[in-house]
Design a protein around this ligand. Structure first.
Ligand SMILES: Nc1ncnc2c1ncn2[C@@H]1O[C@H](COP(=O)(O)OP(=O)(O)OP(=O)(O)O)[C@@H](O)[C@H]1O
Ligand SMILES: O=P(O)(O)OC[C@H]1O[C@H](OP(=O)(O)OP(=O)(O)O)[C@H](O)[C@@H]1O
Length: 220
């Protein structure tokens, strides 16, 4: 019997949207998978031959790109930041909707004109996407890499501006920041390791099940 197909799923905020989607695709995980207190990292499903792993959002791309997992669910923000050629992203799953934006303190925004920037210092978890975004219009971006709580950076003088994910806008508002530019709209994608896609025939119908699960949700 061949090795199980492993699907990497991010813990954190996407997990609650991913579980119903997995179920619609016919992949029913064991109960511990949805329990954020469980310390297990690998989980069986009701489908023999399909296991799930629960990893950090950025690590989903790494596991799948290196073939340690064959499929994964990952935000387009993460895909853009890594730009792994080994990843094929055939399905927009329609979950994890947000946007990647530039933000700064409201007081700075009142007298600021983004068209006049030539050099910016930015705190972000997305240094590559940020640098590419600004480079495209001739602005040099000096990035300070953070892994979370970017909103603190302007308040504490680490960097006057941030690039971070925005959904409701509540995090920005509660930290005195305003959005000044949208870099990209974000949603989660199904990703597949390209080599596995060619060598594991079970993957094609599995991708199709995800496609149908998304279509069902759109039609509902
Ligand atoms: N506010 C949001 N609204 C909708 N989707 C979001 C939001 N924030 C993040 N996401 C999506 O969820 C993914 C994971 O985000 P999350 O905030 O759970 O990661 P994290 O807590 O920073 O991860 P980790 O702790 O593993 O580094 C992001 O890559 C993005 O695609
Ligand atoms: O516009 P909002 O609806 O307030 O959402 C935006 C927040 O969501 C994300 O963080 P998350 O809450 O996932 O935690 P993190 O700081 O651990 O990344 C993001 O980094 C923002 O901080």
């Amino acid at each position: 019997m061949s090795d199980p197909i492993i699907i990497a799923v991010p813990k954190g905020r996407i997990l609650s949207e991913a579980v119903p989607l997995l179920k619609r695709a016919g992949i029913v995980p064991e109960a511990a998978f949805s329990d954020e207190d469980s310390r297990a990292l690998r989980f069986a499903t009701e489908t023999p031959g399909i296991d799930l792993i629960r990893v950090r959002a950025f690590d989903v791309a790494t596991f799948v790109a290196h073939g340690a997992a064959q499929l994964g669910i990952v935000g387009s923000d993460v895909l853009s930041e890594f730009d792994y050629s080994e990843l094929y992203a055939p399905v927009d799953l329609g979950i994890g909707h947000c946007r990647l934006s530039v933000a700064e303190p409201a007081a700075l925004a009142e007298r600021d004109d983004p068209r006049g920037w030539s050099h910016v210092r930015i705190a972000t978890k997305y240094p590559h996407v940020t640098a590419a975004h600004f480079e495209a219009r001739g602005v040099q971006a000096e990035c300070v890499k953070l892994n979370g709580a970017m909103e603190l950076a302007p308040l504490l003088g680490l960097a006057p501006r941030i690039v971070d994910l925005v959904s409701s806008g509540r995090t920005l508002k509660e930290n005195g920041l305003v959005e000044v530019e949208v870099i990209a709209q974000v949603s989660s994608r199904l990703v597949v390791n390209r080599a596995a896609f060619k060598t594991r025939p079970e993957i094609v119908p599995l991708v199709e099940r995800f496609r149908q699960a998304v279509a069902q949700e759109v039609a509902a």
